[in-house]
Design a protein around this ligand. Structure first.
Ligand SMILES: CCCCCC/C=C/C(=O)SCCNC(=O)CCNC(=O)[C@H](O)C(C)(C)COP(=O)(O)OP(=O)(O)OC[C@H]1O[C@@H](n2cnc3c(N)ncnc32)[C@H](O)[C@@H]1OP(=O)(O)O
Length: 392
């Protein structure tokens, strides 16, 4: 929240932490819950009291605004005078929510508290640079410190293949990261791979409606998944620690920076798998590397080294594997110190021009894939992999 009045209040009023603080939120707690989601909301309000670390003024203003919106609806209070800095900052925060429905505000409040609880807990207990698996996720590790939320794909024994649960968890982690108090978000992989892409066993769990229903559900999931990357509001950075395959490569075109170890490779073997490009790559790759190079990757399945991917603009910079973590983290920590609102707004300016187009491309790619998944070419490729006749 880049509110100059609030910044001024921070400088001129040392007791600001009490002014926009937990008691302000607690003040309104005596309304009774009538519905289940109201119960979640009340639990979240209680959880705020238990936070061991101050979440900072911007987050507290967000909590305040969401609380007021959830309990009282849109802001209809008269705007405080220009010198009433603190109340004006609070009014601004609430008023910015416009006509956001009470239920949505309640949900956003619960999500924000949940991301806060895990991030503050982890940042207070974890040694710098050390990961601790959050109990909230089965397939990911999510940590937040130094203004950076780090989402680590965590199925190393399966080369971080993305199973259905992981698709859902990545979406959940991105939604939480978009609302937490971090400035930037990083996606990386645990183990020797960044990710081997879609878990091919996803195709083996056929619902009662048969393969058509499976294809339809998968297209819906894929569209929602890619949509989260299109809409992600903060700088999103990939740390490609090792080989990347399929969808883990295509969505890189939606990241704001891609740092790669020199061990990384980039492989989109869609034709080999009887499939077609996704992750908006049919649009972003053409823009990034031009049609000839994009075709080599997306149609002929050419695997690129990190150096080649960098030369073609898909990767921002390549680092020797031995110094990859150290060098990239030093850089990310410096980025995270930049004014977060400026970064967010700059990203918005860059992304907004393309957003509508990207969503349209995503929808089209998913609809083509829905058909492809029903083809013999695709089914044979999956069967071949599962019976180990093929290792790409
Ligand atoms: C909701 C649906 C949305 C769909 C979106 C569309 C997405 C498309 C894509 O992402 S296409 C790309 C799909 N990925 C692949 O085709 C890669 C398949 N895997 C491989 O070819 C190889 O495993 C390898 C080259 C990645 C690694 O080879 P190797 O080093 O020899 O290791 P292993 O093969 O022994 O792998 C170890 C272990 O992991 C399992 N595994 C690896 N990748 C996948 C995968 N993509 N899906 C399922 N399982 C995977 C592999 O089976 C081994 O398991 P095991 O130890 O045998 O239990």
């Amino acid at each position: 929240m880049a509110n100059p009045a609030w910044r001024l209040a921070q400088r001129s009023c040392p007791s600001h932490l009490q002014v926009v603080s937990f008691p302000v939120v607690q003040l309104h707690m005596n309304r009774t819950a009538m519905r289940a989601s109201q119960k979640d909301f009340e639990n979240a309000v209680n959880q705020v009291k238990l936070l061991k670390k101050d979440p900072g003024n911007e987050v507290k203003l967000k909590l305040y605004a969401l609380y007021k919106q959830a309990t009282e609806g849109p802001c209809d209070m008269p705007k405080p005078g220009v010198f009433d800095l603190i109340n004006k900052a609070k009014w601004d925060a609430w008023n910015t929510l416009g006509t956001l429905p009470k239920e949505t505000a309640r949900q956003n409040y619960v999500d924000l508290v949940s991301s806060l609880s895990s991030s503050l807990e982890s940042s207070s207990q974890v040694e710098p640079g050390t990961d601790r698996k959050s109990t909230a996720y089965e397939t990911l590790m999510v940590t937040s410190e130094d203004g950076i939320t780090k989402i680590t794909l965590n199925r190393p024994a399966k080369k971080n293949a993305i199973n259905i649960e992981m698709y859902h968890e990545i979406m959940r982690a991105l939604k939480a990261a978009s609302k937490d108090d971090s400035s930037i978000t990083v996606l990386t992989g645990n183990g020797d791979y960044y990710s081997s892409g879609n878990d091919l066993t996803n195709f083996t769990d056929i619902p009662p409606g048969g393969v058509e229903e499976k294809a339809k559900n998968s297209a819906i999931l894929l569209r929602e998944f890619v949509g989260c990357f299109i809409d992600f509001p903060k700088p999103l950075i990939a740390m490609v620690n090792g080989p990347a395959v399929g969808i883990s490569v295509t969505i890189l075109g939606l990241f704001d920076a891609v740092y790669a170890s020199d061990r990384a490779t980039f492989h989109t073997p869609f034709s080999h798998l009887g499939q077609s490009p996704e992750g908006c790559s049919s649009y972003t790759f053409l823009k990034i590397m031009g049609p000839a190079k994009a075709t080599e990757m997306l149609v002929f399945g050419k695997k690129l080294t990190a150096g080649e991917a960098c030369a073609q603009g898909l990767v921002t910079e390549v680092f020797p594997d031995s110094t990859f973590q150290k060098e990239v983290w030093t850089r990310l920590k410096a980025f995270a110190k930049l004014p977060p609102n400026a970064m967010r707004i700059s990203k918005e300016v860059i992304r907004n021009r393309e957003k509508e187009k990207l969503h349209a491309v995503n929808a089209e790619e998913c609809s083509v894939l829905q058909e492809r998944w029903l083809s013999d070419e695709c089914m044979n490729a999956v069967v071949n992999f599962l019976s180990r006749k093929s290792n790409l």
